[in-house]
Design a protein around this ligand. Structure first.
Ligand code: S3P
Length: 444
């Protein structure tokens, strides 16, 4: 495969108004629930990135008629809870952990078996976290050594509800168990130890399914649903992805003279850790035109450049900003003083080991970034002093975070293996160029 290389020239500032692509988490779920619903679901603002398309193709392969995406519009002819068909071949989830983990929950409730595969990065990501609860519910799942993909799931029409406390704060595992719970006999209860994104719960309610959530204490929540119900087709308007907006929020914060508005961004409170953390660092961020779109809060995010300060990142914000740390480490590099992140060991099992890979990348450009077991210590403030060649390690967010780093560099940065940006952010380079980032892509 050809290497897509990003070349970032130092400096620049960001001005204007932009709209980033649709939310990845919501796009996945719209296909899944739309497929299982009765009736026709229309989705607008769908993310036309490879991850969400992997989910779309998987449901087509299970017999669901889905048209689009065309300009973000997708039409799904729901087949009902029991209408999926056994796919002829294994289902390839590409780079997408969300597809594999959420689909596992759905396939566990089918009367057929099927194999889920992934690319080199996904094939190294832990699936024991979904195999364990699904096995307790009665599914039979085989994996490679240590619970790695591919997974072969022998579904069952006799799943049993479970009472499950998540061993880690993971929306993917929570969603997997809840989706299997739709097919289980009895009431499935999931306790999350800290708040994680709640798009599954919200969208299930949007499709007319009863889901209860009860706060157990400051952090933990119990979510309950009973199996055997049905989903009713609806319209889903997908807001822009705050995780994609995050690159531009940090970029505009650290590039002097910037003044940028990012329009129509989803600001679900389980996703806004990036805003809270940047504000604690002294960022100038305003939410404008706040409104609700299809059960999800949305706003335009107005960011002006500000001198950031290093902070100790509060641990309760970690799951609420879990995908944003690659670019938050770049913010920490540009901040005066020390930033300390702890309680973020989950970063080691994302599309890459984001603690090690980002520490290596920042050190390569001359930043004092020390990886720790569950986080990082970054001594920021200086400019990125060295020209460097970075490798993304199959991770879209490393490619984009290091592009943003170029704004504070004194010499060009090249980033190899950037085709993965298409998994979550098609059109990134063009959009970044349009607001002032000096990045170019070439096939090397
Ligand atoms: C996601 C949940 C998060 C996040 C991922 C998308 C989801 O993973 O990192 O990009 O859509 O449920 P975990 O729940 O495993 O932390």
């Amino acid at each position: 495969m050809k290497n897509l290389r990003f070349i970032v020239q130092p400096g620049g500032k960001l001005t204007g108004r932009i709209r980033v692509p649709g939310d990845k988490s919501i796009s996945h779920r719209s296909i899944m629930l739309g497929s299982l619903a009765e009736g026709v679901t229309e989705v607008t603002g769908f993310l036309e990135g490879e991850d969400a398309l992997a989910t779309l193709k998987a449901f087509q392969a299970m017999g669901v008629e889905i048209t689009g995406p065309t300009n973000g519009k997708v039409t799904i002819k729901g087949v009902g809870m029991k209408g999926l068909k056994q796919p002829v071949e294994s289902l390839n989830m590409g780079n997408s952990g969300t597809s594999m983990r959420l689909l596992s929950g759905i396939v566990a409730g089918q009367e057929f078996s099927c194999t889920l595969t992934g690319d080199a990065s996904l094939s190294k990501r832990p699936m024991k976290r979904v195999i364990d609860p699904l096995s307790l519910m009665g599914a039979k799942i085989s994996s490679q050594d240590k619970g790695l993909p591919p997974l072969t799931i022998q579904g069952s029409s006799q799943l049993k509800a479970i009472d499950y406390t998540l061993p880690m704060a993971s929306a993917q595992v929570k969603s997997c168990v809840l989706l299997a719970g739709l097919y289980a006999e009895g009431e499935t209860r999931v306790v999350e130890p800290a708040p994680t994104r709640d798009h599954t719960e919200r969208m299930l309610r949007g499709f007319g399914y009863q889901v209860e959530s009860t706060k157990l204490d400051d952090l933990a929540t119990e979510i309950r649903l009973s199996g055997g119900g049905k989903l009713t087709a609806t319209h889903i308007d997908v807001p822009s992805d705050i995780s994609s907006a995050a690159f531009f929020m940090v970029a505009a914060s650290i590039a002097p003279g910037s003044d940028l508005v990012i329009e129509h961004v989803g600001i679900n409170p389980t996703r806004t850790g990036i805003i809270d953390i940047l504000k604690l660092m002294g960022a100038d961020i305003l939410l404008e035109n706040e409104r609700e779109v299809g059960g999800e809060p949305v706003a335009d995010i107005h960011v002006r450049a500000a001198q950031l300060e290093g902070i100790v990142i509060p641990e309760h914000l970690v799951p609420l900003a879990i995908d944003e740390f690659p670019v938050l480490f770049v913010a920490a590099s540009a901040a005066q003083g020390q930033t300390i992140l702890t309680g973020a060991e989950e970063l080691r099992v994302k599309e890459s080991d984001r603690i090690q890979v980002m520490a290596d990348a920042l050190q390569a450009v001359g930043i004092d970034a020390q990886p720790t077991e569950d986080g990082m210590i970054v001594n920021g403030g200086s400019q990125l002093a060295q020209s460097a060649a970075i490798i993304s390690h199959h991770d879209h967010r490393i490619s984009m975070a290091m592009t943003v780093a170029g704004l504070r560099a004194v010499a060009p940065i090249t980033i190899d293996d950037c085709a993965n940006v298409n998994t979550s952010f098609p059109g990134f380079v063009k959009l970044a160029q349009s607001v002032g980032l000096m990045v170019a892509a070439e096939e090397a």
